[in-house]
Design a protein around this ligand. Structure first.
Ligand code: FAD
Length: 501
């Protein structure tokens, strides 16, 4: 008889059940475990809990008699309820904790990971290759393009250049409240969503679980069919605009031209290959410009793959890295998404968006929320935990490198060559937040001094030794030395402490 195959909640697409080489047995019964302990132990955004439960239950409904769906306290207990001590298979899970669990269970046979374009062996070969001093995203991305034959004309990149990022940094169109682009695909909720919502309400009422953020309509796909519709719509009507304004922010347009595909990708509902091939096909058909297509391909075939592999390659201690010795706790106003306590328009806007949707695009994560945490010396472990719980697409593998490495520079520069740090003038250039703000981005002292600008200089002053030895940041230290009023600025910063700006 076929061994049952166990699917984690982020392995829900058809490619996780494909039989054959290193796959599950043909027609294997499918085990899905809904674990309550996961929700009891940590305070997640309510929209995230909703998405995961809705996706699991939809998958079970689709699989019908083939599914063995169990609700249990822990995964261990769930597996026992589903199959007793019988042998099962599972694909390599996406977190170290889950891998440890499945490896500790003698009945479980772990099959290779799926859901990524490249495997561990290929990454290790690349990373350990002779003469490789640094693991640069750009080099890895080229290797993936070549290996997958993605956007290649023979041995050369389509259009002659690997990276068109310089064309993807436009400031938002002046005076526009929204980007002139078709809206994204939005889901219609069904009776499974209703049931999930009723369960979450009940558990919350009984005090069994607590959530962050507001409940709202479901905004992301939870089934294969929905994920395909979302991808098709993005490729057909939004991809052409993706590139130009990729880094721009508008207070009234949280979605801009982003794909909103991280949730279905990370639930395993979309195969990254179909996403990047779809974008390439749009370009070859003349339907989308190269800067948009290359930009989108780089996000998925570059960044997403790179982050996945770094999570495993850097080892278990990476999550504890704290090279800048940042020890401040994440304050309650931020942790609890209390946007109303914040006056600085940019941070208030980003925090409100997390509160209301559990999602922002990349730049608010990096240049507003992460930037604020970095400037104020918050403990990177706590910041990672917060991002993981507050974002609908947050999973351990993707949060640890993105927060510890990219955003908080806590790994001492193993992942990025300099800290991602912004002052008010960057935010002013790339968004429309500053117009309605009580602070002025250029001012460093006085009542209208922009807290993002003062935080910037306070960070530079506090990490002078690190920054002056890095050729990419040495100039900033020289600029600091030319500024007047730094002592006053630092005094104001000290008075603010961990309070909201
Ligand atoms: P798009 O802008 O449309 O990009 C397309 C896809 O590229 C995304 O769906 C995603 O799958 C992939 N991608 C792009 N950048 C990254 C990256 N740095 N790491 C991994 N995948 C990437 N992404 C997550 O999927 N989960 C997270 O928990 C997460 N946490 C982040 C935390 C911080 C501090 C930062 C700076 C970035 C984080 N990202 C995370 C990366 C990125 O911000 C999101 O993937 C993206 O904003 C999701 O929106 P989208 O689907 O519209 O992306």
């Amino acid at each position: 008889a076929a061994r049952p195959h166990w699917l984690f909640a982020d392995q829900l697409g058809p490619h996780f059940l494909r039989e054959g080489d290193a796959g599950p047995d043909p027609d294997a019964p499918v085990v899905l475990v809904e674990s309550r302990a996961v929700l009891r132990r940590r305070v997640f955004h309510r929209a995230k809990a909703h998405l995961v439960l809705s996706a699991l239950r939809h998958r079970a409904a689709e699989l019908g008699d083939r599914a063995r769906y169990v609700r249990a306290d822990t995964y261990r207990e769930g597996l026992r309820l589903a199959v007793g001590a019988s042998a099962v298979t599972v694909h390599h899970p996406t977190s170290r904790a889950a891998l440890k669990l499945v490896e500790s269970l003698p009945q479980v046979r772990v099959l290779p990971a799926r859901g990524f374009l490249t495997d561990f062996v290929a990454f290790r070969r690349w990373a350990d290759g002779r003469g490789r001093r640094r693991l640069l995203l750009e080099d890895f991305y080229h290797a993936v393009r070549v290996q997958c034959g993605l956007l290649m004309d023979g041995g050369a990149p389509v259009g002659g250049r690997w990276n068109l990022d310089a064309e993807n940094r436009e400031r938002p169109p002046r005076g526009a409240e929204r980007l002139p682009v078709e809206p994204p695909w939005w889901p219609q909720e069904d009776e499974i969503d209703e049931e999930v919502r009723a369960d979450l309400d009940r558990w919350e009422r009984r005090g069994e679980v607590r959530f962050l953020g507001r409940d709202g309509p479901r905004r992301f796909p939870v089934t294969r069919g929905e994920a395909q519709q979302a991808l098709d719509r993005f490729l057909a009507v939004r991809l052409p605009a993706f590139g130009r304004f990729e880094d721009a922010m508008l207070a009234g347009d949280p979605w801009m031209a982003h794909s909103l595909l991280s949730v279905p990708l990370n639930l395993g509902l979309l195969d990254p290959l179909e996403c990047v091939r779809g974008a390439e096909a749009a370009h070859r058909a003349g339907a989308a410009p190269l800067n948009s297509v290359e930009g989108f391909v780089r996000q998925i075939a570059g960044w997403r793959e790179y982050v996945w592999h770094l999570y495993w390659y850097f080892g278990d201690d990476y999550r504890h890295a704290n090279a800048l010795d940042h020890r401040e706790p994440v304050p309650a106003w931020f942790a609890d998404l209390d946007a109303d306590a914040v006056e600085a328009a940019c941070l208030r806007g980003a925090l409100a968006q997390v509160r209301d949707t559990g999602w922002t695009h990349h730049i608010p994560r990096l240049m507003l929320l992460g930037n604020w945490a970095l400037q104020h010396g918050w403990n990177p472990r706590e910041v990672t935990d917060w991002f993981h719980r507050a974002f609908v697409d947050g999973y351990d593998w993707v949060m640890v490198p993105n927060v510890v490495g990219m955003s908080q520079h806590a790994d001492g520069g193993r992942m990025t060559t300099k800290p991602y740090l912004a002052g008010g003038s960057y935010i002013h250039r790339m968004s429309d937040f500053c117009g309605a703000c009580r602070y002025r981005p250029q001012e460093r002292t006085g009542p209208a001094a922009c807290p993002v600008t003062t935080g910037y200089w306070a960070f530079v002053a506090g990490h002078r030794a690190l920054l002056e030895h890095n050729p990419r940041t040495a100039r900033t230290v020289a600029q600091l030395d030319g500024l007047s009023g730094i002592e006053d600025l630092l005094a104001v910063e000290r008075r603010r402490g961990g309070g909201p700006p």
